[in-house]
Design a binder for this molecule. Structure first.
Ligand SMILES: CC(C)(CNC(=O)c1ccc(Oc2ccccc2)cc1)c1ccc2c(N)nc(N)nc2n1
Length: 327
């Protein structure tokens, strides 16, 4: 095969594989079966092995990991990764809304409601269409560059169809199903078990061997979009834009236009959380309008236009007999 023929084949395979990967890992709606996908990826790997000069950093073959780092480089966030104030009751939410109303002039504020995934925060920097960096939150100002590991997360695309420099942030997590699989394997190998999906995700993302990271199916839901060139006016539109770019957003996200809708959302997910295949530790409410967000402003560490409504820590049912077998 000539190099020219290989270039045509490689580009066709990459286009197909990127589309199929997005359908499978982001939209959870595959259009081809695993066999067809696996055949195409092996054909691409063979071609890239024959013509290594045709390998590009955003080729899907680069998502399989294999680089072992000795440490992670520090990375200073262009904008701080802020944290959230916590509340634990409906009365506290009413008080939060009252504080916001002092600035916005109305108690009928429009909020987005977003599930608070129990994972770890990540910041993705794309420039010239390509994923340049994946950085942990760290202390909010300086994080660790875990780009090699982030690239192995199947639902995070290595390229997006926009050239601007864009920062997309969200939560990396392990599903309950994946967490159980990993701990089962560790039990068989006599390794120490992870305490919960959050610890397992954090331990995995900070693995120095990206092959191990690729073997554990980390996932991510993104919720923060920042594009200096083309800013977006509402939080809900930002999430839509993230989705348009081919990244994964949480499908339970809604706009709440009244206190009744907010109360209903809280009640619904307080029950429904046990049915989700990922752990959540609360709900994040954000003033939807970005101009109002800037008016309400920030404290040193948190926005004053967002709040985390935390669920009471799950009380694991423990039977008395488990504790006092002689009872
Ligand atoms: C709201 C924000 C704190 C993100 N926002 C920011 O980090 C942020 C950072 C600088 C901003 O603007 C500034 C720029 C320069 C200086 C100061 C602020 C604005 C927002 C946040 C934090 C955790 C979240 C979580 N676990 N789940 C969901 N669903 N949403 C979350 N949202």
């Amino acid at each position: 095969m000539t190099k020219e023929q290989a270039i045509i084949l490689i580009n066709d395979l990459r286009k197909k594989l990127n589309k199929w990967a997005k359908e499978y890992y982001v939209l959870d709606n595959p259009s081809v079966d695993d066999t067809e996908y696996d055949q195409a990826i092996h054909q691409l790997i063979d071609l890239e092995t024959q013509f290594p000069e045709l390998i590009t950093s955003d080729s899907i073959t680069q998502k399989v990991g294999g680089i072992v780092s000795d440490k992670f480089e520090k990375y200073t966030h262009k904008y701080p990764m802020l944290s959230l104030g916590d509340i634990f009751s409906w009365d506290e939410f009413l008080n939060f809304n009252k504080q916001v109303a002092k600035i916005t002039g109305t108690k009928d504020n429009e909020y987005t409601a977003e599930l608070k995934i129990d994972g770890l925060s990540i910041s993705l920097i794309y420039k010239n269409n390509v994923l340049q960096n994946g950085v942990t939150r760290g202390d909010g100002k300086v994080g660790e560059s875990v780009t090699t590991n982030v690239k192995t997360i199947k639902s995070i695309p290595l390229s997006i169809p926009v050239k601007d420099e864009i920062e997309i942030r969200g939560e990396v997590f392990l599903s309950k199903t994946e967490f159980a699989k990993i701990n089962e394997e560790r039990l068989i190998n006599g390794e120490q078990l992870f305490a919960n999906p959050r610890n397992a995700a954090a331990g995995t993302l900070r693995q120095l061997d990206s092959k191990i990271v690729a073997s554990r199916n980390l996932d991510a839901y993104l919720y923060y979009y920042f594009n200096e060139t083309n800013p977006i006016n509402t939080q809900f539109e930002s999430i839509n834009q993230i989705k348009q770019l081919g990244l994964k957003v949480n499908p339970e996200t809604k706009i709440c236009k009244s206190l009744d809708e907010i109360k209903a959302y809280i009640e619904y997910y307080t029950e429904k959380r046990n049915e989700l295949d990922y752990e959540i530790d609360g709900i994040v409410f954000k003033l939807n309008d970005k101009n109002l967000q800037e008016e309400v402003g920030y404290t040193a560490k948190t926005p004053k236009w967002a709040i985390a409504y935390k669920f009471s820590a799950e009380v694991k049912e423990t039977k008395l007999l488990d504790i006092f077998p002689t009872v």
